[in-house]
Design a protein around this ligand. Structure first.
Ligand code: C5P
Ligand code: C5P
Ligand code: ZN
Length: 464
């Protein structure tokens, strides 16, 4: 990856004008931030476009713009066969499409972990691969390592191991040396910097806290019961306001609660993991911790405001931050509504997969997050991958989510999506554990039948 990154850096240096094309999620926005800051640093003119996915229309627009060089970040590898006629480089971590189309990979200027036998779902993200090029352009860019970690956390690359692994750790070391990143072992709750402590327990779904998840009052009573004061002079205390003996007490009580509900201790240990902090940001704000910052970026990108998140990544702490805060409220509401719609619609089980259809009540840009949350919530069978549909402008969006257990048994959702798209005519791809696509209207049932068969084969093969 490093030698490819050097080659890409050399290519970029030969141009005076670059177009960055990136994905609208947290990782994609962080990736574009890194690329743009690196180009600023060497004085190369550039502009940025964010897209939900690369389809023929987007690529045609890029061709028409006729820019000297297009830099695809956090996408591109899954669409190689469509990119002819463009002068491009790619920094991505999605499963490359040329496994099927046999494009000669040696001809392509692309950093992608799959090219060196690494798993793009955990080893490094789109922002990380972009970071490698930024550092190849100028060593000073190790200062951008925190954005690479932000992307990895946005893509949940810490989920399987409760910490980042692989190439991500090399990037972490760069970040610590540059003074832009720190990490600690602590509770993995979302909201440690900004939310009342009962809220953290209420929202916890990995692991699910029996009797507490979803119930604000029960969470308050639980904390009062173990004598943790809920408030100080400023109002509700946050996780970062706790003394170590208090947080340890809460965690050990919660571990007992999870174990008492019949889960094993390993599952209960998911309460604690590595937490990534950005020391140059103000403590007690969303920007200080990776999960909250990533959610802020998603709150922008998923609602066609990726530019706001991009400005945040580039350091804007004024207008962009205000606007992002407003978007965050909307995002929170949209997720609550989407989860309710999904539950009302009902999850239907087939032989090897399960699904729900959000119709037009769930936005295509958050149906994947909804599926991921539902899958982790303990409310659906985690033994079957979950497929989620939502209507979109140009067809039906489908998002699929698995678990690391299913992946270890042979599940590969990127293969499922690629095959489905080939058969039904759609655009899609992704990772073994999470993949998505847009397919023509009315093709849901066909998709489900095909997917059920492929997943059955994948899981069967592993058993044989
Ligand atoms: O497009 P991109 O690669 O950035 O997105 C990765 C996707 O994989 C995210 O939607 C993330 O939620 C999902 N993922 C997951 N579980 C993991 C790792 C990634 O659902 N363990
Ligand atoms: O959209 P969703 O969150 O379900 O995406 C899951 C994974 O599949 C992401 O990594 C995303 O980039 C990828 N994907 C893709 N092509 C699509 C839709 C999703 O590569 N058309
Ligand atoms: Zn990504």
């Amino acid at each position: 990856m490093h030698s490819k990154a050097k080659k890409i850096a050399e290519r970029i240096r030969t141009h005076s004008e670059v177009k960055i094309c990136s994905h609208i999620d947290a990782d994609g926005i962080a990736a574009a931030g890194i690329a743009s800051l690196a180009l600023d640093g060497i004085g190369v003119e550039h502009s940025v476009t964010f897209v939900k996915n690369l389809d023929e229309q987007v690529i045609e627009e890029l061709r028409n713009e006729n820019k000297e060089l297009v830099w695809f970040t956090d996408l591109g590898s899954g669409s190689l066969e469509m990119l002819s006629g463009l002068n491009y480089v790619i920094t991505d971590h999605h499963v490359p499409s040329d496994v099927q189309s046999r494009v000669d990979e040696r001809q392509i200027l692309e950093v992608n972990p799959h090219r060196v036998g690494k798993d793009g779902a955990v080893d490094i993200c789109g922002a990380g691969t972009t970071y490698l090029v930024a550092v190849a352009l100028d060593r000073i860019n190790t200062e951008l390592a925190f954005l690479a970690v932000l992307g990895a956390i946005g893509d949940m690359q810490d989920q399987s191991n409760l910490k980042l692994v692989g190439t991500n750790r090399t990037i972490m070391e760069d970040g610590r040396r540059a003074g832009v990143l720190d990490w600690v072992m602590d509770a993995r709750f979302f909201g440690r910097e900004t939310k009342p402590i009962p809220r953290l327990l209420q929202y916890s779904n990995d692991p699910l806290l029996p009797g507490l998840t979803g119930n604000w009052h029960a969470c308050r009573e639980f904390l009062e019961g173990i004598e943790v004061p809920l408030k100080n002079l400023n109002g509700y205390r946050r996780w970062i306001d706790l003394a170590p003996f208090e947080s340890e007490r809460i965690l050990s009580e919660l571990e007992n609660l999870v174990v008492a509900s019949g889960r094993d201790r390993d599952h209960a240990r998911r309460l604690v993991g590595e937490v990534y902090l950005f020391p140059r940001e103000e403590e007690g704000t969303e920007l200080h911790e990776a999960k909250e910052f990533a959610t802020l970026l998603n709150a922008c990108g998923r609602y066609e405001k990726a530019n706001i998140g991009f400005a945040l990544c580039k350091g804007d702490r004024e207008e962009a931050l205000d606007e992002a805060h407003i978007l965050l409220k909307g995002h929170r509401g949209a997720l609550v509504d989407s989860l309710r719609v999904a539950k009302n619609a009902g999850v239907v089980k087939m032989d090897y997969i399960q699904y729900f259809h959000g119709g037009s009540k769930i936005l295509d840009s958050v149906v994947g997050i909804t599926a991921g949350m539902l899958m982790g919530s303990g409310e659906v069978d985690s033994g079957l991958p979950l497929f989620a549909f939502a209507n979109s402008e140009d067809g039906v969006k489908v998002s699929a989510r698995g678990t690391r257990e299913l992946v270890s048994k042979g599940l590969d959702l990127s293969i499922v999506m690629n095959t489905v798209c080939e058969k039904l005519g759609g655009v899609g791809g992704g990772h073994n554990i999470a993949a998505g696509a847009t397919i023509p209207y009315g093709k849901e049932e066909e998709l489900l039948e095909i997917a059920d068969k492929i997943v059955g084969n994948q899981m069967g093969k592993a058993v044989a």
